[in-house]
Design a protein around this ligand. Structure first.
Ligand code: SF4
Length: 458
């Protein structure tokens, strides 16, 4: 079939190749196959997933494909407005993700050792991923036309890595001379009623104290379009040679931030009916004070950024404990042999996990839980989260453990689809040295189930 429309872009440059076709979908019925290229819909070229999603909402479609022989084929489709075509593309965005144009002074990817998993080092800064995957973007690689697309397609919310509203400080922090002037895009998004979530990476003596308070005040002017503001402390690894000198956020700093941010929360609650600003759990854990109550996190808008995870854990713990008690009561066979368990965690959550393990020990009766934190020698001892524990550091922590001890490792420090740690050490390597290694799901239920199952199965 002859191409009916002018196609203005080079297909070779585009990732609009069909990777798969969903079974029984509209495209499967049309006979579209893996390897076809999507050329246009109703005469419009497809730049990316946003165009695609927008264009397929028409009820009548004329779709151009390039088939496996390189010929153009046109298909007519009549469908309901929101019916999907069932096409899966080579890349999620039908386009290359946009690279980050910054060199932030706090970028964790600049502070990684040489040999680290690839997935940790891709620096994207793509507004389309903000919408589809919840990524945070700096706005620095965006043009007016991108903002117009966001508004046209109603991409909402947009997650913005703001850090500060002080233009000069933002330029310095992001190492990008455009980082200040692009803040005007926030005004555009606000006027167009696009929801926004804001992230602030707090760097000591750079964007903290008065600058932070000013930033919170400035951002609150965009209410009600701001859905949340989260503040996370800068992570500092030991690989900072030739990088900007940053000081870690210490316990006293955390106490100060908590005290001052809570004043803003109270003020915002009164004015807007929401706390609006949330601190990541790390602040409270480091300050060694209680995590706010579950309800203070409202609808947990920034859980993915480590904001409210402990509150969720705590809440689930309260729900899971009665279930555990029932399971113990219903046991037909009681195992009275004492079982030794080593429970591994990051340093930041050590006290918390220890406290919960004590409760489980008392309830279950036959387990002795030795909670150990894994000192992070790989990234440096300032890194204390469980998710960045590595295989070799774990080996160091469990050195000398007897073979009759069961070692519990949370799955968050393993690759999602493979039993491999961050520095490419395999779980198998650990298992070859220690017989009893159990991987627990990183959740309250996973934690409780792991201990309970060990207690009954030994
Ligand atoms: S925006 Fe900054 S922190 Fe994020 S990837 Fe780029 S340089 Fe790193």
């Amino acid at each position: 079939m002859k191409n009916k429309y002018e196609t203005s872009y080079n297909l070779k440059d585009r990732a609009n190749i069909i990777k798969d076709v969903i079974k029984d979908s509209i495209s499967a019925e049309m006979g579209i196959a893996k390897g076809f290229k999507l050329v246009s819909i109703n005469g419009s070229n497809i730049t990316d997933i946003l165009d695609y999603k927008y264009l397929i909402t028409d009820e009548y479609l004329e779709i151009e494909f390039e088939n496996l022989q390189g010929e153009i084929e046109i298909y007519e489709v009549e469908k309901e407005q929101y019916d999907d075509l069932g096409l899966l593309f080579e890349t999620e965005l039908i386009d290359k993700p946009r690279n980050c144009h910054n060199k932030c002074i706090f970028c964790f990817m600049e502070q990684l050792p040489d040999k680290v998993r690839d997935t940790l080092i891709f620096k994207d800064d793509d507004y389309r991923l903000s919408f589809f995957s919840g990524n945070y973007i700096t706005l620095t690689n965006m043009k007016e036309s991108d903002i117009e697309r966001i508004i046209k397609y109603r991409i909402s919310p947009i997650n913005i890595s703001l850090h500060t509203t002080n233009e000069a400080v933002r330029c310095m922090m992001l190492n990008n001379k455009n980082a200040g002037k692009v803040l005007k895009y926030i005004d555009r998004l606000f006027e167009a009623k696009i929801d926004m979530n804001i992230q602030i990476v707090l760097c000591k003596d750079i964007n903290d104290k008065e600058l932070l308070y000013k930033t919170l005040q400035d951002v609150s002017k965009y209410m009600p379009m701001i859905k949340s503001i989260c503040i996370v402390p800068v992570g500092i690894s030991k690989y900072r040679d030739n990088l900007y000198k940053l000081n870690p956020i210490e316990k006293e700093d955390c106490l100060d931030v908590i005290e001052n941010v809570s004043k803003f929360q109270q003020k915002f609650k009164k004015k807007f009916g929401t706390n609006l600003v949330y601190l990541s759990d790390e602040f409270y854990l480091k300050a060694e004070i209680d995590i706010p109550a579950y309800k203070e996190y409202e609808d947990f808008p920034q859980l993915e950024n480590g904001v409210g995870m402990i509150a969720v854990f705590e809440n689930e713990f309260r729900t899971e404990i009665p279930k555990l008690k029932r399971k113990i009561t219903n046991l037909t066979k009681v195992n009275n042999d004492k079982i030794d368990i080593i429970m591994l965690t990051g340093k930041i959550t050590y006290n918390y996990i220890k406290e919960k393990s004590k409760i489980l020990e008392e309830l279950i009766g036959n387990v002795n839980i030795d909670v150990r934190y894994v000192e992070n020698n790989y990234f440096g001892t300032n890194i204390t989260v469980t998710g960045l524990m590595t295989g070799n550091d774990i080996l160091e922590t469990i050195k000398g453990a007897h073979n009759n001890m069961t070692i519990v490792i949370p799955d968050v420090c393993l690759k999602e689809d493979e039993a491999i740690f961050l520095e490419d050490v395999k779980l198998e390597d650990l298992k070859s040295k220690y017989n009893n290694i159990v991987i627990s799901e990183t959740s309250t239920k996973g934690f409780i189930d792991a201990i309970y199952n060990i207690s009954i199965n030994k």
